[in-house]
Design a protein around this ligand. Structure first.
Ligand code: CTP
Ligand code: MG
Length: 182
């Protein structure tokens, strides 16, 4: 049970870090540059910025590369279950980029559904970036993906991600980085 959680967090870390970093360093020019669509609503909204997008991809990728370096050079500092789930070097980039695209995709859908920026959309808000990370990573690294994300680990990811998301958003709200605590 504990090892499932450890493995799930380890595998998801580039995506988790990307998502958290986007919140921490977000701001400035929005990705949609303020454009609206025929429905009169913003394409993505002010909550999706270039700083968040690239900051998230960068931090998530660096995190995954650090994980790989740890397994290569100091494997004894991590539980042995984790050293088995070594990822190819391009996986962190895919996971982090996919996470950011998934998050943006969800904002696009939220705007089309008439939800204002920041309005809560349960499940979608918590799992959009997981879906994005998987959709981008699976086709490129399918052997690694199937080996690493066993059904048990996938289930663990789906259970723990919303819990971690809720907690980290409350922290983000308390430190003034999020306007709403979700
Ligand atoms: N953020 C950003 N750029 C991104 C993703 C996130 O700048 N690509 C920052 C924004 O400051 C955003 C905050 O992180 O307000 C929280 O992200 P999220 O909850 O995904 O955005 P919301 O503001 O809730 O907007 P939406 O309704 O579109 O989800
Ligand atoms: Mg939100």
């Amino acid at each position: 049970m504990l090892s499932y959680i450890l493995i799930a967090v380890w595998l998801m870390l580039p995506a988790y870090v990307a998502n958290a970093t986007a919140v921490l360093c977000g701001g400035g020019e929005p990705v949609d540059r303020g454009k609206t669509m025929q429905d009169g609503r913003r394409v993505l909204g002010d909550g999706k910025t270039y700083r968040g997008l690239f900051g998230g991809i960068f931090a998530g990728t660096i995190t995954g590369i650090a994980q790989i370096e740890i397994i290569i050079h100091i494997p004894y500092v991590v539980p042995s279950a984790l050293t088995l789930s070594m990822f190819p070097v391009y996986v962190p980039l895919l996971m982090a980029t996919g996470a950011m695209l998934g998050d943006m995709g969800a904002s696009f859908l939220k705007r089309r559904a008439g939800f204002e920026r920041g309005k809560m959309f349960p499940v979608l808000d918590q799992l959009d970036f997981v879906a994005g990370a998987f959709i981008l990573t699976y086709p490129v690294a399918s052997d690694w993906f199937v080996e690493s994300f066993t059904p048990q680990i996938l289930l663990t990811v789906i259970i723990i991600t919303p819990i971690l998301h809720v907690f980290s958003n409350i922290v983000g709200y308390l430190i003034g980085k999020k306007k709403v605590p979700w």
